[in-house]
Write a protein that binds this ligand. Sequence first.
Ligand code: G6P
Length: 459
Amino acid sequence: MARPFVLASNRGPVSFSLDDGLLTSRRGAGGLVSGLGPLVRNTDTTWIAAALSEGDRRAAADGMIEAEGYRVRTLAIDEDDLELAYNTIANATLWYVHHGLYELSRSPSIDIDWYDAWAAYRRYNRAFAEAIVEEAAKDAIVLLQDHHLVLAAPIIRDERPDVDVVHFTHTPFATVDQLRVLPELARTELLLGYAAAGAAGFHAARWSEDYTNAGRTFLGVRTQGFVSPLGPDPEAIRALAHSPECDAELAALNEVVGDRMLIARAERLELSKNLIRGFEAYDQLLAMRPDLHGRVVFAAALNPSRESVPDYIRYRMDMEATIDEINARWGTADWTPIHYRAENNIHFSMACLRRYDALLVNPIRDGMNLVAKEGPLVNERNGVVLLSREAGAWDELAGLVIEVHPYDITQTAQAAADALDMDPEQRSEMAADLVDVVESRTPREWLNDQLAAANELRA
Ligand code: G6P
C-alpha cells in the first residue's frame, strides 16, 4: 500500500490574506506549486510551509487548514528569524553558493551578523522539523524541498525513526571550491543535514556529482544523490496558456510586435538568469545586423523577486539602465526594440511563450530552468530555444536547442541570429522533437522518484 507523505517547503501551495479582517486564500506562487499542486490537491497529503504574509500568520494560528483543495499548515516562525533565515542565509548565502554568484573580492563577509542569521536558520529548520514530527503519520515519507530546509532531517530522524526523509534540491549544487567560502562549521552542518535525509535528489546528474564530491571532500564519506528532472505538466500548462487572460495578453503583445520576429524570455527577475548579458547580446545582434532593425522585438516578462536583497535591487536598476540605453540607441518612432515588463503576471509570460520565434534561456547556473521546457509546449511558431549549458535542462534538451555561452555575448548574439535565420523546415522539426522530449516526463514521475527513493531506504 502507498505510504502517506508530508511535503515541506518554504513557500506553500496557498497564500492567505486578510480582507477586512476576514481570512481569504488563493493559490500560492512558484514553480513547485504548479508542478506538485495538481498531484497532491484533494488528497490527504499535508503540506507544511512558512507563514510569509500577515494572512499566513493568522492562518498559522488555526493549525492544519483545508484551503484551495490542500491540507496546509503554515508556521508562524518568529519574524526576525524568518527574515534572517530566508534572506540572509537561503537567498543571500546558499543561493549564491550554489549558483556561483559571489564576486569574491567583495563578498561574502562572514561577520557576527551572519552567524546570528545562521542561528536563525537553525531555528527556522527546527520549527519545520517539529511540525513535521507532529504531523507525519506513522511510517510516513517526508519530502523536504530545497535549500531552505537542509537542517531539518537530523532532528526528524532523531525524533521519528519510523519515517523516511528525502531531500530534494531545486538549485544546482555548489562545487567543492564554491563550498569553500562557507565557514567550516556551517558547511559541515549543511552536508550532515543532507546526509541525514536518507536520499538527496537533484534535477541533473551534474548537481548530484557535485554533492557526492562535497561529501567525499569535506566529510570523508560517500554521500550519493539521485537524479530526477522535473518537467511541466503538459495539459495544465496548455490549459493555462489558452485561458482567456492569456489570450488577451497575447492579443496585446501582438499589437506591439506586429509581424516582426520575437525573441522572448520569461522568468524571475533574478541574478542567476543572466538577464543583463542577454540584453547586451541583443544589443550586439542589432549592431551586427542592420537588416534586423525594425524587424525584431525582444519581449521580457520578468517576475520581480527577493526585493529585500540589496543585490537584487541594484541588479534590476543596472538591467533597466541597459534596456533604456538599447531602446534609445536603436529605437525609432514606430519601433521599440525591447518590450519589458517587470510584474508578477503569468498570463503575460504565457503570451510571450506562445509567440516567441526564439526563447532566450542563458543562465549562469540553474537547477533546472523549467521555462526551457514550458516554452516548447505552448509555443505556436516553431520557436527555437537558445539554451545555456549551465541550465539543468541542458542534459535533456541538448541537440534540440541552440547553445548559448552565458558569458560570451558575441556568441549569444550570433546564436540568436542563427535562430532567427533558421529555415522553416529545420525549425519545425526541432520544435516537434523538443515537444516529444518534454512530454515524455511529467511531474507525476518526478514525485514518484522521490517516493521510490524513500521506499528504497526502507527496503
Ligand atoms: C527557486 C527556488 C525555489 C523558490 C523559487 C522562488 O525556484 O528553487 O525554492 O521558491 O525559486 O523563489 P522565492 O524566494 O520567491 O520563493
